[in-house]
Design a protein around this ligand. Structure first.
Ligand code: MOS
Length: 758
């Protein structure tokens, strides 16, 4: 914020501005758009992990009354242009659907039934007969690591080396060698993935799709079908969670759009919950092999070789090295990563991709090293604190991790911990206290926004960005209301339409800082232009005032006791509305990012810039209670303290961080995709068998945010984003607490009873 603006809403505990519409059912999600004449589609997924379709019989399905067609690789005119796979292109996978009989993963789209009603389409889908010529496959990380079939590719760009870890480890008296494993996890946003495609002729289409990145849908369709990107109109006003699964477009978008064009009718497809486990990406399984040496209370060398699962076609690295490379001040560090291809579907980012899975191994290792050093785990982390970024050598933009440790430890009561495992009890129940450090990089994008004043004093804010359930509508309204000095309910935010000013992917916790800064610039620009109109208008009470002396508050401009309302300024100028459009280049970036954004690319910069390493930090403290007979672990208390720079909305920030902490409980104790290695079948592709915490699993959860540390190196708002930080380290803190309660060191998630009874 700059001088002359009210500070009424930014940072305050504001309830979601889109809350009432959601509660009343007035917020229209993708599949709810009522498109007259829309047909219903049902997708048929491959029941084979690797091979080719040897028989595909659609005759019986076509006989079902109401069925218009059954599309597959046998359909005429369904040739698509090749896509460059992620991360080069916008699509989640370069495996285009229906281009041939080859099958690379179980769940790959095989056929699409389109009918007048959903019932007819579902019935007909059951009548489609498929047979496969099976080929050998490796559907899991373990199977692929054990087997010879698929490629294992080192990823040199992800590696990192400083000092000489090998030499130090060789000369060390004692080397701690540990392996940590995390399983596949599957995003399951409440709102199903869905597409409605509605064509106007053969060259222009409107797509209703819940997405974290409208330009991905636009670019993918345009590239695959040879359309002009601006002729693909994407509508996505509300998104019921995404977590990375809605970051990119998937094959079901392409087949729905082609079916609609072929039939010359709008077509709607909603994936089933089971298909969401197979067709829209997942968090890859990881193995982290560590070797570490201590010199007294300091880590003298750290070596990590990570093996991470990826899909059969596109190499997408789960970025497990991000946190280990930079979190502690270790002079000698060696990191390498091997990507292991599997016949599971394409993997993709999932909330704190890499940071969540990579922090599990690192933060359990820290607990083990603290024990070896005879130190309290918090004290050990303090002694290995990095004052500057050890990876890049650059100063941090703003780092208050030590304050996070103090605040969380104080609120938790850590000083009362007795170090011996099993030493704390409540009756027979074993109590364990554990902790971990959290960090998440600051990504930022070029961004654009428009602010418009109407004659009645209402303000529109427009940005082609997304609210994926995180509170974007609310924070943008707050920023604009303060910059223009109006009441919050005078501001209407419009998001989720590809015709609005362009913005990048809503992921990597960067929408708040990036799009928020563009809205700030547009609102400030609008205010400045209104001030100029007023001071130059002989009829304004503000005529002749110096612009610098003018304050915007309560829907008016003020200079001392002189006042002119925003509406009056506009009306006297003979206008019904006035608007300002602004583009911003992210701090640390350049024109290159803005140009990329305008071309429909992402326009993102990485966390480390020429001048600074930019990360958010936090500390998580956990209490577990373990039944000594059944060894059932329960998380009874979590306290996290987080530094996210300037908090934009205390309520939504807390809700984001709390959600992350709860997801940490899920990772530690519940979540795991169970794949049958023999068939590649995901055995728990439903929300009954794929375990996540329910209310009874979640007790006290407290997320504290530090105040007074806006980070203006990262954005004009000083805000760094809070969406992903809360999950980082949390699973490790729980594993460490379980060790403190039971003496059992479990080095893989989820920590289930069988592992504790072993
Ligand atoms: Mo996220 S995994 O940045 O949606």
């Amino acid at each position: 914020m700059t001088a002359g603006e009210q500070k009424k809403y930014v940072g305050a505990r504001v309830s979601r501005v889109d809350g009432p519409a959601k509660v009343r059912g007035e917020a229209t999600f993708a599949a709810e758009h009522d498109i007259p004449g829309a047909l219903h589609a049902v997708l048929i997924s491959a029941a084979c992990a690797h091979g080719r379709i040897s028989r595909l019989d659609t005759e019986a399905a076509r006989q079902v009354p109401g069925v218009l067609d059954v599309f597959s690789y046998q359909s005429d005119g369904w040739k698509m242009n090749k896509l460059k796979g992620y991360p080069k292109g916008p699509a989640g996978t370069s495996l285009l659907p229906f281009q041939g009989p080859e099958i690379s993963y179980r769940g790959e789209p095989v056929a699409l039934v389109v009918a007048q009603t959903l019932e007819a389409a579902r019935h007909a889908a059951l009548l489609v007969e498929t047979e496969y010529e099976q080929r050998p496959h490796h559907a899991t990380l373990q199977a692929a690591m054990d087997g010879p079939l698929l490629a294992r590719k080192p990823m040199p760009p992800l590696g990192h080396s400083r000092g000489n870890a090998g030499k130090v480890l060789k000369g060390a008296g004692h080397v701690t060698e540990r392996t940590y494993d995390t399983p596949t996890q599957h995003h399951n946003p409440m709102e199903m993935h869905a597409v409605i495609a509605d064509w106007d002729g053969d060259e222009r289409v409107t797509i209703y799709e819940p997405t974290q990145w409208m330009q991905s849908a636009q670019g993918t369709l345009a590239a695959a079908l040879g359309l002009e990107p601006e002729n693909v109109h994407v509508v996505s006003p509300f998104v019921g969670g995404g977590f990375g699964s809605k970051a990119t477009s998937w094959p079901h978008l392409l087949v729905t759009a082609l079916a609609a064009r072929t039939l010359r009718r709008p077509v709607k497809l909603v994936l089933t919950r089971a298909q969401m486990f197979a067709a829209v990406g997942y968090r890859a399984a990881t193995r982290s092999e560590y070797r570490a040496a201590l010199d007294g209370d300091r880590i003298s060398a750290l070596e990590l070789h990570a093996h991470t699962q990826t899909g059969p076609a596109d190499l997408f690295p789960e970025q497990v090295g991000t946190v280990p490379k930079m979190l502690y001040d270790t002079p000698n560090m060696e990191f390498k990563q091997t990507l292991v291809q599997t016949n599971a579907g394409p993997n993709i980012m999932m909330r704190a991709p890499g940071e969540a899975s990579g922090s599990f191994g690192l933060e359990v290792l820290m607990d083990e090293l603290a024990e070896a050093a005879g130190l309290d785990p918090l004290e050990f982390r303090r002694r290995n604190h990095a004052d500057t970024d050890p990876e890049s050598g650059k100063p941090f933009s703003s780092k208050h991790l030590l304050e996070c440790y103090d605040r969380a430890a104080g609120a938790f009561g850590w000083q009362d911990r007795t170090p011996e495992p099993g030493s704390m009890k409540d009756g027979d129940t074993l109590i364990g206290w554990g902790m971990a450090t959290a960090t998440y990089p600051v990504y930022a994008s070029a961004a654009t926004a428009r602010a418009r004043l109407h004659a009645d004093g209402r303000i529109d804010i427009e940005a082609g960005s997304h609210d994926i359930g995180t509170g974007t509508y609310s924070i943008l309204a707050q920023i604009a209301a303060d910059a223009l000095g109006t009441d919050l309910d005078r501001v209407t935010v419009k998001l989720g339409d590809s015709r609005l000013p362009k913005n990048g992917y809503s992921g990597g916790s960067r929408t708040a800082g990036s799009v928020g800064s563009a809205v700030l610039a547009a609102a400030q620009g609008l205010r400045q232009e209104l001030v100029d109109l007023a001071v130059n208008d002989p009829e304004s009470p503000l005529h002749g005032a110096a612009p610098i002396d003018i304050e915007a508050r309560d829907g008016a401009l003020h200079a001392g006791t002189r006042t002119d309302t925003l509406s009056a300024v506009l009306t006297r100028a003979g206008k019904t509305q006035h608007e300002a459009y602004r583009e911003i280049i992210p701090n640390g970036g350049g024109q290159k990012e803005l140009d990329a954004l305008k071309k429909g690319q992402d326009g993102m910069i990485q966390a480390v810039t020429d001048t600074h390493a930019r990360y958010s930090f936090g500390a998580v403290f956990v209490e577990v209670r373990v039944d000594p007979d059944f060894m059932t672990p329960r998380v009874s208390r979590i306290v996290g303290a987080f530094d996210v720079g300037q908090v934009l909305n205390a309520k939504t920030a807390e809700s984001q961080l709390t959600g992350g902490l709860i997801w940490g409980v899920s990772a530690a104790l519940h979540e795991q995709g169970e794949t049958d290695p023999a068939t590649g079948l995901l055995l728990n592709s439903n929300l009954a068998d794929y375990h996540i915490p329910v209310n009874a699993d979640i007790r006290e959860v407290r997320a504290i945010t530090l105040e007074g540390h806006p980070d203006f190196h990262t954005s004009a708002l000083g805000a760094r984003g809070a969406g992903e930080l809360g999950i980082v380290g949390t699973a490790a803190a729980i594993a460490n607490a379980i060790h403190h309660a039971t003496g059992k060191r479990i080095r893989s998630t989820p920590i289930t009873v069988d592992k504790l009874l072993d």
